[in-house]
Design a binder for this molecule. Structure first.
Ligand code: GRF
Length: 219
């Protein structure tokens, strides 16, 4: 299955909570015609998210849907689904969106919600993945783009790239090198998901073609 089946650009939304550097990478790819979809909407749960300005600068519609106004996760999920459906959004990219999405949301967009995480999942899910990696003493970490399921950072993996951990790394220096890789693989993963045929075999996302670029390890 590829999401783009009629040769029409798929309408995409990006959900953010913060500075939006991955959003910026997606915007850049979209403007360069390399995303395979059409960015249409950016939603933040926080009014002070820096990414909102990046979205406005790119001419995108922005919405703030503050989670605090909703009594339950289910009600919040439903509100998000409603704003996305009202704009005919077909795929959702989480880019530093700091809320867990439940079954209501995931079932509204089956295998069409993707997330980026700053570790090689399943290692170090959740918060402070770079600090977790350093504390564990791994020599290699990286970034993962995966489909979103109600379980935290657990859905089928679309694309990963490794980043070596240096002996003198701090969480900040490691995060910076991983972030540079995130900005490369997120647009690439979205493009592959939209434009390449794929199937899910157990937990494996199996693509009909190998990736055009091969970067197993980032120096
Ligand atoms: C990134 O490290 C991403 O992997 C994680 O949250 C961070 C968001 O950064 N989920 P930004 O807002 O995209 O700059």
């Amino acid at each position: 299955m590829a999401i783009s089946e009629e040769n029409k650009p798929v309408p995409l939304a990006v959900l953010i909570s913060g500075r939006g550097s991955n959003l910026q990478a997606l915007i850049r790819a979209w403007k360069d015609n390399e995303l395979g979809g059409e960015l249409r909407l950016v939603v933040s749960n926080r009014v002070d998210a820096g990414g909102l300005e990046k979205a406005r600068d790119a001419g995108l519609e922005t919405l703030v849907v503050p989670h605090g106004r909703y009594a339950t996760r289910e009600a919040y999920d439903r509100a998000l689904v409603d704003v996305l459906n009202a704009r005919d959004i077909k795929m959702v990219c989480l880019a530093g969106f700091m809320r867990l999405l439940g079954a209501t949301f995931c079932e509204a967009f089956p295998m069409a919600v993707v997330n980026i995480h700053p570790s090689l999942l399943p290692a170090f899910p959740g918060m402070d993945a770079q600090r977790q990696a350093l504390e564990h003493g791994v020599k290699v970490s990286g970034a993962t783009v995966h489909f979103v399921t109600p379980a935290l950072d657990d859905g089928p993996i679309i694309l990963q790239r490794a980043v070596p951990v240096r002996d003198d790394d701090t969480p900040e220096t490691l995060a910076k090198r991983i972030l540079a890789v995130e900005h490369e693989i997120y647009p690439e993963a979205v493009r592959r998901t939209l434009c390449t045929d794929w199937t899910i075999d157990g937990r494996r996302v199996v693509f009909s073609h190998p990736p055009t670029s091969q970067h197993p390890v980032q120096p």
